[in-house]
Structure formats: C-alpha cells, structure tokens
Write a protein that binds this ligand. Sequence first.
Ligand code: SAM
Length: 623
Amino acid sequence: MLLNPVISKLSGKLVVLASASPRRLEILSNAGLRFEVVPSWFKETLDKSLFKSPYDYAVETAKQKALEVAHRMPFVSCLYLYTVDGLILEKPTDKQDAYRMLSRLSGKEHSVFTGVAIVLCHDKSSDTDYKVVDFYEETKVKFAELSEEMLWEYINSGEPMDKAGGYGIQALGGMLVEYVKGDFLNVVGFPLNHFCKQLGLIFNSPPESPAHKIKRESDEAWSLVNSLSEGAANGEVELLENGKDVSQSSMQEHIVIGPECSRQDIPHSIVSLLDGFKASKTLFTASKLKVFDVLNSSNSLTLEEVAGQINASVLGTERLLEAAVSLGLLERVKQQNTSVYRNTEQASRFLVSESPESLNGYILHCNDMVWPLFSHLENAVREGTSQHELAFGKKNEDVFQDAYYSKDEVKIRFMDAMHSIARVTGKDVATAFDLSPYKTACDIGGCTGAMAYEFTKAHPGLSVIVFDLPQVIEMRRHFQPKEADDRVSFVAGDFFKDDLPKADLYILARILHDWSDEKLDVLLSKLSKMCTPGCGLLVSEILLDEERKSPSRALLQALSMTEGKQRSPTEYSDLLQKHGFTLKHINHTDNLLDAMLFVKEDPNDRRTLLGCSSASIETAELE
Ligand code: SAM
C-alpha cells in the first residue's frame, strides 16, 4: 500500500539512486519506490574547510555524486538521488577511531545531517542539460552517558565499523540513545518525509516552487525518463508542465512544441537493453586486445600508436576507441593539436591487468566462457541447463572438473577470474563481521587463496586453510602474493567426497549458488558433523531480495548456470537451518558479494534452536 501520493506516482517508474547504502535502499523500497542503483564514482574529497556548515558540504557532495552518475550515463535515466552524511558523522576507520567518535558523543546532543540532491535531466536535440533540486535535513540525537564497558562492548559487536558516526540507531546503537529530535529515518540513513515534500513540490508545485521555476526557465519539456533493466516494463516518458503530471492529456501539445518531443516515442530502457550486449563486448574486446594495458604503460597514445601496439587496423581501432570513450572507459583529449587517448581513472584502477584491483581476469572469463554460453541461451532455457556442450563441444557432469579444469589454459583463466573478484570484494567480506572469537578458518573452495589472504590481513589472530580440488591447489603459487602470509595454508581435496580440515570457522564464498539443494545437503551435512556448537559458517554470495527480483546481476548470472540457483537470505537460512546452522548476521556490503554469518547451534539446547529457527531472518541483525 502506498500512503504518499507522490511516492505512488514514482512507484510505476524507475528512479536511479546514486548510492548503494543498504539502509537507504531499505527505507526507499519500504516506501514502495522502485529504483535502480548506480553507485557514484565521485570521491568524497571536497575540502571540508571551504564550507560554512556541515550541511553545505553534505548537499554539495550529494550534488556532485548525483551529477557524476547523470553525466556518465546521460541517456540512461533522468532522476538521480544521492544522500551523504555531513561533517559531524563519518565512518570510523578502526576500533580506536570508533572509540574516539563515540566517547565524544557520550552524554551530549549532536546533529545528523543528510544532504540530498535530485537531478532532473533534460534532453535537448544535441545534448543533455541538468537541473538540481537539493536540500538537507537535520536531526538532533542525544546520547546517554556511556561507560567504558558499554562503549567497548558496543565497539566489539562490530556494528560501529561501517556506520556513519560510529553507530546504527536502528540496531544495537539504539540502546545508546536517550532521545531523538526530528526525523528518525534521517538518522537511519534517509530523510523520507522531506524527500516526499520535495517531490510534492516538483510534481504538484504552486506557481513559485522550484520545479515551476525550472519549467519556466525553458520552453521545452522537462522529463523524468524511466530506464535501465527493470524499468523496461514501463519505460515511458513523463512530462512535467507547471510541475503537474500531464503525461496523458498534454502529450499532443508537447509533440507540437519541441524538437525533442519525438523522444517520447523512444523506449529508452529497451534501447539501452538492446545495446547492452554491444557495450559489454566493447569492454571485453578492449580488455582482450590489451587496450587498457598499452595505454597504462604509455599514459596517452594517438590512434595510430594504439593500433600499432595492439596489432589491429587503424579503422577498427578507431571504432573501438570511440565506443570506449562513449562508455566512459577511455578519454580522448587534445595534446598539441593531436588527439590522444588515455585511460579514465576507473579504467586505470579496474581494467589495467596489473592493477591490484583489476577485474581483467573476470572480464576475460566473461568473454571466453560466459559469452559463448549466452549465445546459446535459447537452448539453455529450453533445456534448463547451461550449454557447455554446444558452446565448447564437451559435455559436463561437474562444471569445474569437466569444463573449467579440462585444460590448463582454461583453468588458469577461471582461477584468474575468481582471483580478480575476490581481490576486489574480499576485504569487505572479511571485515563484514566481528570474527575475533575464531582462531582457525577453512575456506571451502577457496581457489587461489585471494579471499583467505584478505581474512588473515583483517584478523591478526586468524589462520586460514584453503581447501580446493587438487587441480586448483597445484596452481596456487601462480597467484601467491609477493609477501605471502604463512597463516594461509592449502589442502587439496574434493568437498563432496573427502574429509574436510578441522576449523572453528568455515567460509563458503561463492560455493552454494553453484549446486542443487541435494548436492549441498551432502556438503552441509559433512560440515555440520565437523562443527561443534558455536562454530561459525560465513556464507558469501550475491543475496537476492526476498521477492527474488533483484539484483539483476545475480539473476542474469543464473541464466548460464549448470545446476545451481541464486537464493535470498531466507532461502539460504532455510537450507542451513536444516543442518543446525542459525543465521546471526547479514551484511549487504555494497560490493560485489554480500555476507551472512551462521552459527552452529547446540542440538541439545532446544531453547536456542526453537528461538532461532522460526524467525531466523527477523532475528538476524541487518548490518
Ligand atoms: N571461494 C572462491 C571465491 O569466492 O573467490 C572461489 C569460488 S568458485 C565459484 C568455486 C570454487 O569451488 C572453485 O575454486 C572450485 O575449484 C571449487 N570447487 C568446486 N568443486 C569442488 C569440490 N568438489 N571440492 C573442492 N572444491 C571445489
């Protein structure tokens, strides 16, 4: 049910949210808003001393973040939001920092500011214009006097670490708070009430409202366009006239007025889906031909130089580079009257193969393995399984042993793909929970050990055994970091057949989605037998929402799976509960993988079992 008429107007459309904060996403989706998340690449580096007040800084950062997304994807969507917490509240860097922050707040009233920017995008015949409506919300929060013991107990719960201000008012942190003056949701992460009022002004504004002003500044129609994957079903253009929704009644009038009005007939969301595969293949091809690597070693190169270095035709290279520029992967600039190409900041960081956060391995896996599978998607849908045989001429019973590890070259490429994702997301998974009670971990299917090294880096008291198939373990040195941590060791074996190493924490990162419930029962009962009460099980996957509607990334990945499936937290919890593991914490990391921490219950302690089994998701704490 939608109580707010403005939100209900937006609910049939897709809004782009330039922040991936789980708390903001939750507030907005609880309000019935549908949106697509495109996290902003704008770094929060504005000089705070230049701003008169915390809220000026918050609003300006919000604006820059939203505009960055709007500029990067101008034809994708036209309503962008971003919120940012102000100067007073930032995330602690470590436990000591959390202590400093929280002890400063003890017994005092402080302010929480959220800056929000709504970017309205306007297509002119040649380019795109942006208008920004921004605002901030302030809420005052008074903390109780906090004893040292309380402070450290709270810090050791792990909750403060990813929270602005070092506390989460909606969870354990609520116990520290004496009172709140103002909008409670603003402290949680998003000022919903103020946001709805602003939307009201934009949609139903009286003559002097900001939205009206925006409209009067131009004779042309301002539009909010729905787009991106989920918006495909309702990708119509909505027109605003004098701030009113006139999408139906005045359509004719607008078609007559403006040259851009023919754009009403373009289903932008569908067009972006039509072109999606071309964009992916552009990225894959530029990576495969090492465009980002050659530009990295020379900083900037002319078209002819790039063509020479990648051993390709000048005409073909020109098309590829221009497409890459249009996608924001490369930049073309003038240097002494000559055009040169160079990597964008993101390309240098994520696409150059030698970069520590390179996704190159995963991109090449997508090009060489996933792309051929997707070209047989129709068959995969008819038959309900992946198409390795059709794509690669070889039938497979076990995707790893029969397909990925059939040839050394394919194996290294697959391991490289896992390695690259694990290096980008591993730190967030490793720091998702307080793991201080655990001393030995076993990373089941831990592949190259990239994730294990992140765990030992984050937890000085923890050692990790990587358990994987012998074919994988024999290649481990290929991926070993320069300064390998001797707390990481490797054991070869088959997790369906062999004994597992003993540990007090088991890690299952990207394992469960690959297998059917029946096969997982084999692995999980083995794990259950290994675990004494109190043992931990950390599952890292892309978690589906409970309605299994998003994120698309997980559902698209499932299309080329052989036998596994993507699951929601409840589905994972049900699967693991059968084997005596109870869900304790969930962390939506905002990175490529989320994390859930389960604990093995004592089967003799019926009280604990009953208490947790019926409502494990409700009782699990959302980090
Ligand atoms: N956990 C790693 C990560 O998140 O980066 C790798 C995930 S990868 C999708 C799955 C891993 O499970 C591969 O390293 C694969 O070799 C391993 N694996 C598959 N079947 C296995 C088996 N029967 N026994 C042991 N490991 C297996």
